[in-house]
Each structure stands twice: as C-alpha cells, then as structure tokens.
Design a protein around this ligand. Structure first.
Ligand SMILES: *Cc1c(COP(=O)(O)O)cnc(C)c1O
Length: 403
C-alpha cells in the first residue's frame, strides 16, 4: 500500500463517479408536450384535444410500481409526511414514534402539524427503527409510527404492523429513500396505512422537487387529496372547501420529468443492486469494516445510500471523522452520515414550544453509530462502472491499514 493521499501520496481514484441527474431526449419530449399543452399545473385543462395530463398518469404509474391502490402527488417528501399524518386523522398534540437515524424531515413534518415526534432507537445491525424499542414509549397520546426505510432498506414491516395493530396506531412508511423497494414481495408504501416518497433531486426518482403519498385506503386517499387541494373534495365545486387544506400541488413539468426518469428506473435499480453486491463481497474481506445485516425478508433494496459501518473494535482506535477525511482524500466521496435527531436543537425546542415540557430522548445505539461507526456512499456511486467499485474497496482497504 502506498502513502495516503492525505499525506501527499497518490489518490486511489481521480476520476469522477457516475454523474447525476441522468436524462435524455425523453425528458425534453415530455417537457415540450406539457409546455405546448397549456396545462402546466395540477388544476385547469389543456387546449390540446385528447391531451392526457402527466400528473394523474404519473400517480397511476407510481401507485402501480409499489402495488398501492392510490397515489397523491405533492410538493415534496417533507409535506408528504405532514399530509399523511393529517390524512390519517392525527391532531396537534398527538405523539408520533419515529427513528432518530433519518433525515430531519421525518421529525419536522410531525412538528409542522403540532404533533410530537418521540424517538425509538435503531437496530445496531441494520440502522433501521428497532420495533422492540417502541412499546415502552407508548402513552395515551401516541397515535402513529413513522417507519423510515433508511438508505432504501425496508424496516421490519411485519413486526411493525403487529405492534401498530395491537395498540391501534397508524403506521406510516417514510419511503423517501426507497422508491421501488419491497418487503416480502410487497412494495413499500403499500404495507403500512400510508406511504410517503420524495422526488427531490438527490433521490432515486428525481423531479427536482416533489413527493408522493400512497395508500390502499380510499378514505385516506380522499383525505390526502383534499389536504393537498385547499380542502376541496373530489368532484366537488371549485370554491367548496369542506376541510382544512393548503395548495400542495406539484406541476405538470415535474410529473413529465418523473415519467421520463421512470423509464430508466428498473435498469438503474439493477445496476445499483449488482454493484452493491460486488461491494459487499469486496468489503467483507476488509478487517475494520462491517457490513449491515440485510433481513432476508427485504426482497428489494433501493440503495438510495450504500451504508456500512466501521467495526466496533476498529472504531475504538480509528476516529470516524479522520477515517472519512482520509478516504475522501483518496477520491472516494464517503459521507459521515446523519447526526442523532433525538438530540437536534430545533426538534427539542419546537417540542418544548408545543408541549411546554423539556424532553430528553436517549437513543444510545443511534448516538454511537453516528459518532463512531456509520458511514455511507450515495446512490450515484453505485451507478458507476465496476472499476469505480473496485477503487472504493481499494481506498477503504488502504485507509483501514493506515490506522
Ligand atoms: C429526502 C427525505 C425526506 C424529505 O423529502 P424532501 O422531498 O426533501 O422534502 C424525508 N425523509 C427522508 C428519510 C428523506 O431522505
């Protein structure tokens, strides 16, 4: 092994990884159709005879992709969670169980509706919500669980459904990172009561911004649709606002881009899966690195992120931040990942504002994973060629040996 790049040695890799976003003439053609149709938004009609609007088509395909009966498009994945919580009938003051190892939106979407996120720690082997940590947190105010399919790996939906049913809780899947993933053959977003997705530019289906809510319940669908359409009711009058709602509609331009991106989704998913498998094999041979456990009931992983851990013994002598810095210097965009949401200042301050209480949440597994062990690569790395994946492993091996 040569000298570390951080100390002036030659980096393992100098070429970039696969670029993102990916597009071609399909996007251009569909965008032009929207432009020329005159129907640019989710309301109104087209001047072009027999024109098929993009949003309903995209919603139909999105629901189909996940085996859900209904889908409602929405401005982003954060609002999708807020709308799902409201559509399920939650009210301000209600408590929502969420994991602490996730993007802040999972918690802030509840807070935005006056609801209180309560943190259930994660499983050390998967970094997903630990279903067995939920029951001790339940109070008379608990109304829902938001399971997050972090990195694109479905959480243990079988166990979560049991717990939700036993305590009469709404189960929502935050599938922002998990487009196309499945648990025991069932598409995410169709397993819980409602599912939410993000179409934000880093996500595996990219519309720049956007989100989708999925559900099998006609009642939740109607509620969600209404909340996103200023409280209107399907087939009701234009100025008939029967419930509280806001305008959370996506544009037809975004739907056009999603439809185009969807034509490549399956091929991209396969490429990520192939490269993740290759990387699993290569990293398994490196002392100091530990792979996450993948539950065999995960029938499809979306690999929005490729997460792995520093082995606990190795992490004792190798500082995670320094490890990441050395790997980055080798030309590999390794990320240190999330910081624990259960300790986030804005979450705790807003919780105090809503409840009048100072709350303390301890999630020792999440805190240790964030501080010492968990790291990740983003999905575009997995869209690169085999050489790139071998470079990732070579750089990790080189850096592990430097500690
Ligand atoms: C991206 C993301 C969101 C929020 O989606 P936006 O479209 O960015 O609002 C929510 N939850 C998770 C887990 C995410 O990764």
């Amino acid at each position: 092994m040569g000298q570390l790049a951080i100390n002036g040695g030659t980096p393992v890799r100098t070429e970039p990884f696969a670029s993102w976003p990916i597009y071609d003439d399909t996007e251009l053609r569909l965008l032009k159709e929207v432009l020329e149709s005159g129907k640019w938004g989710g309301s109104g009609s087209s001047a072009v005879p027999n024109y098929e609007a993009k949003l309903p088509l995209m919603e139909r395909k999105f629901a189909e992709l996940h085996g859900a009966r209904h889908a409602v498009s929405v401005v982003n994945g954060t609002v999708a969670i807020s709308v799902a919580l409201q559509a399920a009938g939650l009210k301000p003051g209600d408590e929502v169980i969420v994991p602490p190892y996730t993007f802040i939106a999972t918690a802030s979407a509840a807070l935005a509706c006056g609801m209180i996120p309560v943190f259930a720690d994660i499983e050390e082997e998967t970094l997903l919500i630990d279903p067995e940590k939920i029951e001790p947190l339940l109070t008379a105010k608990t109304r829902a669980i938001v399971a997050v399919h972090i990195a694109g790996a479905p959480a243990n939906m079988t166990r979560l459904r049991e717990i939700a049913a036993k305590h009469d809780l709404v189960l929502i899947e935050d599938a922002a990172q998990a487009v196309g993933a499945s648990w025991e053959g069932q598409g995410v977003g169709s397993i819980g009561d409602l599912g939410t997705f993000s179409l934000q530019s880093s996500k595996n289906l990219n519309a720049g911004e956007g989100g989708v809510i999925t559900t099998n319940s006609a009642e939740y669908w109607e509620n969600a649709w209404s909340i996103c359409n200023v409280g209107r009711v399907p087939n009701g009058g234009w100025y008939q606002h029967d419930r509280f709602g806001q305008n959370y509609r996506m544009t037809e331009f975004q739907a056009a881009i999603v439809l185009a991106q969807m034509t490549r989704l399956e091929e991209q998913m396969r490429r990520r899966e192939r490269n993740a498998k290759l990387l699993d094999g290569l990293l398994a041979g490196i002392d100091g690195i530990r792979l996450l456990r993948q539950d065999p009931r995960i029938t499809r992983h979306a690999y929005h992120l490729y997460m792995f851990k520093l082995d606990p013994a190795f992490a004792e002598r190798a500082d995670k931040a320094e490890f990441v810095k050395r790997v980055n210097a080798e030309g590999i965009p390794l990320a240190a990942g999330y910081i624990p949401l259960n300790k986030n200042v804005s979450v705790l301050e807003t919780t105090k504002m809503w409840t009048g209480e100072e709350r303390v949440y301890d999630c020792p597994v999440c805190e240790r994973m964030c501080a010492k062990e968990a790291v990740w690569l983003t999905q575009n790395v997995l869209l690169s060629d085999e050489r790139a994946i071998r470079d990732v492993a070579e750089a990790l091996d080189k850096v592990v040996r430097s500690f």
